[in-house]
Design a protein. Sequence first.
Length: 181
Amino acid sequence: MTLTTSRDNALRFTEPARDPAPTWRRVASPVGGLLLLSDGAALNGCYLEGARYAEEAPDGALPDEGVLEEAASQLAEYFAGERRSFSLSVAPVGTDFQRTVWRALAAIPYGETRSYGEIAAAVGRPSASRAVGAANGHNPISVIVPCHRVIGANGSLTGYAGGIERKTTLLDLERAGGGGD
């Protein structure tokens, strides 16, 4: 398979569907099971099993029969070292500020990191690094919207809803040149 080399995510942020037809899919990964959630039109969630704030499939959601296939495929390529950016429609549910922060996270290039303060400055709120940290911690589309790429001002690996071990694994994967979109 060809390596997807774009360092920048090509995520298309959209509004959540007004009349959702929710679907779900579980996929295996080197950092544990992932639960993918869709509103029928876009990816709404990629939750690490057992992570803080992890969701479950909503009542009435059906097992996915195709909507999440592309997300599952791109995640498999990322973990196999064949993809460095994601090209998906995403519709994370959150406040306007959270969604702004999540867009800024998606702009962090593969294999690089940014501090909470740098993200705060990027969203025009330079004194809001703690609020950025809170939004980062509630990112519903982990791995794909790369909240694992955010670190402390001193370079330390601070907080990660999926656990520092998983954050380390994801960063190591990217530093080694594998993983991605």
